[in-house]
Design a binder for this molecule. Structure first.
Ligand SMILES: Nc1ncnc2c1ncn2[C@@H]1O[C@H](COP(=O)(O)OP(=O)(O)OP(=O)(O)O)[C@@H](O)[C@H]1O
Ligand SMILES: [Mg+2]
Length: 346
């Protein structure tokens, strides 16, 4: 845990985001509240389509134009970003206060320009740095992201870098404007596991060294266990569980979190079939009643099909939206396979 933990740098309250597609309305973010604390690394996990990108893009005004904030607020430094509409307003935030690192490092870089030129461009745009000052800062940034021989490498082109190294360059560009919040949206999906671990470790180090606050979006719960302070689990446009990494990994409470953890390849044993979550997520064009995960939950309670569960506090830092935490609920325990998480160690 980081110090300074009580001060939220960003506060999302009852956020609803909808999209209009060919006359039909898709409810992508459903009443999400979330606090992001200064200096923390928050991981957001959940299946494809659960709303991880839509939620965080809303912090930078990057959602597609057929989408809108239907309800709620996104408070940042006394401003409600949910009310921002013009590019002019967003340009005060985007890149300067909040920066994003995206999935595919190849498409984010210009193949025709040197790495150095691209970083210098960001420095000129956001910090007014030019010439020798910009070059010096470029070398510093490359150094910061762990690229050796920065003065030589800044003169090279993207194709001369490996996938992992390109991702480091993208992070350097994001850092060029000294943002307060760094959002990494599946920055390692295209990379192999060891490189992923290195990039995640790098982001973790940068957060501490440069006093950043980070949001780390991923499918792969396994890779965030050691680096995220907290983990938020999203399902069908909602946060269903949030807690410290320890809490979510060692004492998960929501059946969806159980399912996600059970399907971790790390828990598999030779000759044993890996758990997969059956069924598909709900259609977000339809109204969702009760616990959105209920139709896929083999142990769903009656209440799960009737009423959306409230958040039940488990500890001051850990809460989950599941009727299992209601005092009237039967004693349903997490799947046995989760006991293996303990043996994976921290
Ligand atoms: N422009 C759009 N128009 C209509 N629906 C959209 C639009 N953008 C996103 N959505 C929908 O919003 C929902 C949430 O999408 P989002 O991209 O946030 O998922 P995600 O959790 O980031 O998934 P992934 O892990 O695949 O990146 C999905 O159902 C998606 O189809
Ligand atoms: Mg996404």
């Amino acid at each position: 845990m980081t110090d300074n933990h009580e001060q939220p740098v960003l506060q999302v309250e009852h956020l609803d985001i909808k999209f209009n597609l060919r006359g039909k309305v898709l409810h992508a973010i459903r009443d999400v509240s979330l606090e992001l604390y200064e200096g923390e690394t928050l991981a957001i996990v959940g299946e494809s389509g659960s709303g991880k990108s839509v939620l965080t893009k809303a912090f930078m005004g990057l959602n597609d134009s057929n989408g809108w904030v239907d309800h709620g607020s996104i408070l940042y430094q006394g401003h409600d970003l949910a009310r921002y509409t013009t590019e002019k307003e967003w340009l005060t935030i985007r890149g300067r206060e909040i920066a994003m690192v995206l999935q595919d490092p190849m498409t984010s870089l210009n193949p025709l320009k040197t790495i150095g030129a691209q970083i210098e461009e960001a420095l000129r745009l956001h910090q007014g740095l030019r010439g020798a000052a910009a070059r010096q800062r470029t070398v510093e940034l490359l150094n910061d992201v762990g690229i050796t021989e920065p003065d030589r490498r800044r003169r090279q082109y993207p194709h001369e870098f490996s996938g992992g190294m390109r991702q480091r360059v993208i992070i350097a560009i994001a850092l060029a404007c000294r943002p307060r919040i760094l959002i990494c949206d599946e920055p390692t999906t295209a990379l192999d596991v060891t490189i992923q671990a290195q990039i995640i470790r790098l982001i973790y180090d940068l957060v501490h060294r440069l006093h950043l606050t980070a949001i780390y979006i991923t499918h792969d719960l396994g890779v965030v266990a050691n680096v995220a302070d907290r983990v938020a689990v999203m399902y069908a446009g909602d946060i269903v569980e949030i807690g410290t990494s320890r809490e979510v990994f060692y004492s998960p409470a929501h059946p969806y979190t159980w399912a996600l953890l059970s399907s971790l390849p790390q828990l598999g044993k030779k000759g044993e079939e890996l758990y997969t979550i059956r069924g598909t997520p709900p259609n977000l064009y339809h109204h969702i009643t009760g616990d959105a995960f209920a139709p896929r939950n083999p142990n769903a309670l009656k209440a799960d099909f009737i009423e959306r569960p409230p958040f039940f506090d488990i500890t001051p830092t850990h809460k989950a939206r599941t009727w299992l935490l209601d005092e009237r609920a039967p004693d349903i325990r997490p799947p046995q396979v989760l006991s293996r998480i303990q043996s994976l160690g921290q």
